[in-house]
Design a protein around this ligand. Structure first.
Ligand code: NAD
Length: 352
């Protein structure tokens, strides 16, 4: 078991039965609730059931997927808490991926002005990214995460064993954030990751804490996203636009799949504007196209991507804001580029 401390709460990485049992013993709570979806109920609940059953938990089950990350589902969660007479001293365990963590945390921190919650992330994306940093919320009027707040959990319990039932596609998607963390802050980890091609053989017990530690350090320096936290945006300016556009088509991309494309394009911009060595750009492009299938980006869609980038909430004024790499393992925030170089970056990806 490895433990990191972030602000006031611990992040345990290791067998969940052990970390959960310890966490429950340390909390004073009157009632225990577990939020799960149909997949985490089937695959992840069995790993925690022996530990929680003595506390007579109420399991609140919701439908999986981003389409259900909204106020209607929150209302259902609040209703369940009300009907079971949850008081301010109830405890909610969020058992699932980023959707369950963001929405369960939001529902808990607003119910009766806030009840404590514990994040039990079960996807790779949630284990290395979504479960830490305190950002909670739901989608509203088709804008992702537009209703929410910052609030910390009592603890985060990440167990690599959960990943064995995750689909290859979801595992690969979450891995994009691991790659991103190494590229912005840990050249040595980036060097090691490049020899990993079969994700099922990865040593997650080693990779997850190293990756989490990078996000932890950035979040600690900038808890409310005023400056340095923008470093985490590498690959996301172009990636989000590609993801947003693909969502409207019949071939939607998972978040990490779009971010992988975004990282190649933004590495190209880094080479052009930040002197990222050409050999490093080639390494980044080679590895990402080895792990993620190439997607043909239709140049007819570039204007849509540019419009979506222009709408990104992280932009100030007209310039499109990027976090770029002067070299692998370092990041420069608040860099800008306009349509010309961005188009070249998309063309660069298309030519690979
Ligand atoms: P997700 O929560 O939708 O989970 C993906 C799928 O995997 C779901 O169908 C889920 O039921 C299933 N699943 C989860 N764990 C499983 C397991 N162990 N075995 C089998 N199936 C399992 O997706 P995600 O990628 O984990 O999270 C995406 C969400 O995270 C987005 O809503 C995004 O906005 C949010 N996010 C938040 C932050 C943050 O800082 N709060 C950061 C990044 C992403």
């Amino acid at each position: 078991m490895q433990t990191l401390a972030l602000d006031t709460y611990p992040i345990h990485i290791g067998p969940v039965a052990e970390s959960l049992s310890r966490t429950l013993q340390q909390q004073a709570f009157s009632q225990l609730f577990v939020l799960a979806d149909e997949n985490t109920k089937a695959h992840c609940w069995p790993l925690i059931a022996p530990v929680v059953q003595p506390y007579n938990p109420v399991v609140i089950e919701i439908n999986s997927g981003e389409a259900h990350k909204n106020l209607r589902t929150c209302e259902y969660i609040w209703q369940q808490l009300m009907e079971h007479r949850a008081g301010r001293d109830a405890l909610l365990l969020n058992l699932g991926g980023g959707v369950i963590g963001d929405m369960g945390g939001f529902a808990a921190s607003t119910f009766k002005r806030g009840i404590p919650f514990v994040q039990i992330p079960t996807t790779l994306l949630a284990q290395v990214d979504a479960s830490i940093g305190g950002k909670l919320g739901v989608d509203f009027m088709q804008v992702k995460n537009s209703i929410g707040l910052f609030c910390n959990p009592q603890a985060v319990l990440a167990d690599p064993a959960f990943l064995s039932t995750l689909s290859d596609r979801e595992l690969r998607s979450g891995y994009a954030e691991v790659i991103k963390h190494s590229l912005i802050a840990d050249a040595a980890q980036w060097g090691q990751l490049q020899s990993l091609t079969n994700l099922r053989q990865a040593d997650w017990a080693q990779i997850i804490p190293a990756s989490l530690n990078i996000k932890k350090q950035i979040v600690e320096t900038d808890p409310f996203e005023k400056g340095l936290r923008k470093a985490l945006n590498f690959g996301h300016t172009i990636g989000h636009a590609i993801e947003g556009h693909a969502l409207e088509t019949d071939a939607p991309l998972l978040h990490g799949e779009a971010i992988a494309i975004g990282m190649v394009c933004e590495a190209f911009l880094s080479c052009r504007q930040q002197n990222l060595p050409k050999a490093q750009l080639e390494q980044i492009a080679d590895y990402l196209t080895q792990v993620y299938s190439k997607v043909a980006l239709d140049p007819a869609h570039y204007p849509v991507y540019l419009r979506l980038m222009g709408n990104d909430k992280k932009n100030e004024g007209q310039a499109i804001n990027f976090s770029l790499l002067p070299e692998a393992g370092t990041v420069a925030v608040n860099q800008t580029a306009d349509a010309g170089p961005i188009t070249e970056a998309l063309d660069f990806y298309n030519r690979l």
